[in-house]
Design a protein around this ligand. Structure first.
Ligand code: FES
Ligand SMILES: [Fe+2]
Length: 339
């Protein structure tokens, strides 16, 4: 069924995005995994040798069975994904290479899986359903050996992507929604400047006091560097003396109403803190955001700046909305003032 999100795929911007749809560790060698992205089911599978990854539409062209229910088996020149229904064997290229009911038949060229682009970086599986508009988002500290990398989520929101990203860029909510953790309810937000980075708006220096900036329990005056890296991808690095804590957030629309957010976190301290503790902290923070973001109306982020009230502390959100309008990003937005 085609809904608004599917229709949005006609918008080249959404088809050109890299979406984080899973963790590399989730797809074992010789196994499959299914995911729903932009209203489509995709099958991820790894050859048994474990040195590759494929992302196909999760649909066999014969009778529409889910390929992810099939098995990975050895074939000529590589492994095959075998459809669970009538056993059609698809080579790694996506081409069907044999049909058990007709052993002598060379499968027609049209008998092939729809293949999508897939990459792995930072322990994340990234897919693009159309022609990629650029490279994967850069997050250098996740590849720096002095940093510890943690993967959090997926966090499911019954909300649309732009509201989630704007929440990530919003400093004034930290002391309220995350009171006692990421901010102080009475804490004033100092003014800050917003510029244009390589992928979108950025704010290099936002200063704030946080009672527990990272789950370690130690309060600190910290500096934030926020960066939009794509319409549904953003990140920040927090600086506190020599300590740095970074987060890359990617939001993938699941269907017309739901999104999944995945977080890559990197920190150069706190090696002794159990991973579970840090992830639990992030789960708690995200849950606080989820309740608020799911309550926001309208669901579509208004790009017309007259539609909601804006203050100095909303600079980053204003820049994000302006930029979405500039690049003509229509998913999850309402450009009411454009006519
Ligand atoms: S549906 Fe896949 S082989 Fe028939
Ligand atoms: Fe938040």
């Amino acid at each position: 069924m085609s809904g608004p999100v599917l229709d949005q795929l006609k918008d080249a911007r959404l088809g050109a995005e890299w979406f984080a749809v899973g963790w590399s560790r989730e797809v074992k060698a010789g196994k499959t995994l299914t995911r729903r992205v932009l209203g489509r089911d995709v099958a991820l599978w790894r050859p048994a040798a474990g040195d590759g990854l494929h992302c196909w539409l999760d649909l066999c062209i014969h009778r529409g069975a889910k390929l992810s229910l099939g098995e990975v088996r050895p074939g000529v020149g590589g492994d095959c994904l075998v459809c669970p229904y009538h056993g059609w064997r698809y080579a790694e290229s996506g081409q069907c290479v044999s049909i058990p009911a007709h052993p002598g038949l060379i499968p027609p060229v049209k008998a092939r899986a729809q293949v999508f682009k897939v990459r792995e970086r930072y322990g994340v599986i990234w897919i693009c359903l159309g022609e990629p508009g650029g490279e994967l988002p850069e997050f250098p500290i996740a590849e720096d050996e002095s940093f510890r990398v943690l993967l959090a989520g997926p966090y499911r929101f019954k909300a649309l992507g732009p509201r989630l990203i704007e929440n990530l860029l919003d400093v004034a909510h930290l002391g309220i929604v995350h009171a006692g953790l990421l901010g102080d309810p009475e804490g004033e937000i100092e003014d800050y400047e917003v510029g244009m980075g390589t992928g979108g708006p950025e704010a290099k220096e936002i200063r704030i006091f946080q009672p527990n900036p990272d789950g370690t329990g130690a309060g600190a005056h910290i500096r934030y560097h926020y960066e939009v890296k794509g319409p549904l991808t953003a990140g920040f690095v927090k600086y506190h003396g020599e300590q740095r804590f970074g987060m890359l957030a990617q939001v993938a629309p699941v269907d017309d109403e739901t999104c999944e957010m995945r977080l890559v976190m990197a920190m150069n301290y706190g090696q002794e803190i159990p991973e579970e503790e840090l992830i639990t902290f992030q789960d708690r923070v995200t849950e606080q955001d989820r309740v608020i973001v799911e309550s926001q109306r309208p669901e579509l982020l208004p790009l017309d700046l007259q539609a909601e009230l804006h203050l100095r502390s909303d600079r980053m959100a204003i820049a994000y909305r302006r930029w979405l309008r500039e690049i003509g990003f229509t998913y999850g937005t309402n450009d009411g003032g454009a006519a």
